[in-house]
Design a protein around this ligand. Sequence first.
Ligand code: GLC
Length: 473
Amino acid sequence: MEIFHISAECYPVAKVGGLADVVGALPKYQNNAGNAVRVVMPCYDTKFKIENHFECVHWGHVKLGSFNFPFNILKEKTNALGFELYLVEIPELFNRKEVYGYQDDIERFLSFQIATLDWIIGREDVPDVINCHDHHTGLIPFMMLYCNKYEKLRNIPSMITIHNGLYQGQFGFDKLYYLPEFDLAHVNVLEWDNCINSLAVAIKCAWAVTTVSPSYLNEINYSANGLESLLNLVRYKSKGILNGIDIEVWDPDTDRMLEKNYSIKNFEKGKQENKEKLCSLFNLDPTKPLFSFIGRLLEEKGGDLLPHAAALALSENFQQINILILGSGNTTIEKQLNSLLQDYKGNYNTFIGYNEELAHLIYAGSDFLLMPSRVEPCGLNQMYSLRYGTIPIVRRTGGLKDTVVDFGDNGIGICHDQASVGDVCYSIQRAILLYEDKQHLNKIRKIGMNTDHSWERVCQEYIEMYKLIINKK
Ligand code: GLC
């Protein structure tokens, strides 16, 4: 089967969040399973672009209303990532350091989508299926169905995978003229809540809709930032498929970013050495349990609970625990977290920013990983932490609910129901007690390390979904 994944992010080319990890791994496993898989993404000014070799396989001009942007399609020459990678180079719009956050993001991602389809229609073979990811690629299913110049793609099934329904790529009808020509009888398909809503358009037009966990699919039927009724309507073509993780990249036995490699046979010693390294880097106490947080400091991730919860946990249990935070996002949260540094020196530290290497060391060297998310479509960090023998402390929501069962119910983690400071602190107290019972702690760690969350198992579910829509042709 020839599969195209179209996405704004792909690890290690460009990463902001979990979307990149999924698009960097799922295609590799699909390719290994005998499919011809291509990933198409914008060409940002990143380290990967500079360090790898590309050939130009196509060029043209994207017409966006009265604008005209030259573009090139660059193919990575060696298939270094385990699949064919294509970068859509539109220098004027994407030759920048960041993936998102510019005033012209609508123009950027719309041009990317148009250039991608312009290239695909010119190819000899059209793909069997096009898998779009999140709202940045949400207009593709519409353009394939309705834009005159893409008529050739009308019968190609498209699927939208929702990694995060909070972000929807809305813009006003004043930009309608950016879209390639289509029969205006279909203009209402673009509309949701008086604007063009890229994610809503994809949900309406794609042949199938998937979310990145089954529980998230249920949750967005009553909480999806305004898209609830639409998502209810399309339940018949929707499925929640739990994400996997790349067990080659995330393997404590071979991970080059660790201080000491370890496996299930020697994890106690291995984790301790990584913990010591981490504690020496961040001035923490390696004899105490280490609680970490890795991720974006946003309300959605419960980031706003961290300053308060950390202060409370550290003062109540002062000198009993360490807390380490790695992440960036909301500047108020960042400031609040940094304001605790002085008071809890020796037991608390932060790294405001993102650092992939440090993240690996934290998974290996921590005892517990905090994930108090209000919304978590899947969450990958809990799966990484399990694989590294670190016990996740999660709020029961979305993918966290699907992957972590409380140890009180014979599970592998610690769970709470509310995204509240009280619930987080109560879980920390339970964790401290568990930490003191080494036999029990290690038993749970081992079960967690043995849990199979690999894409190898999961990627077949995507293939089944593609087959289903291909058969509908
Ligand atoms: C988004 C979601 C996260 C999910 C990831 C990959 O970042 O917030 O929950 O794991 O996408 O699908």
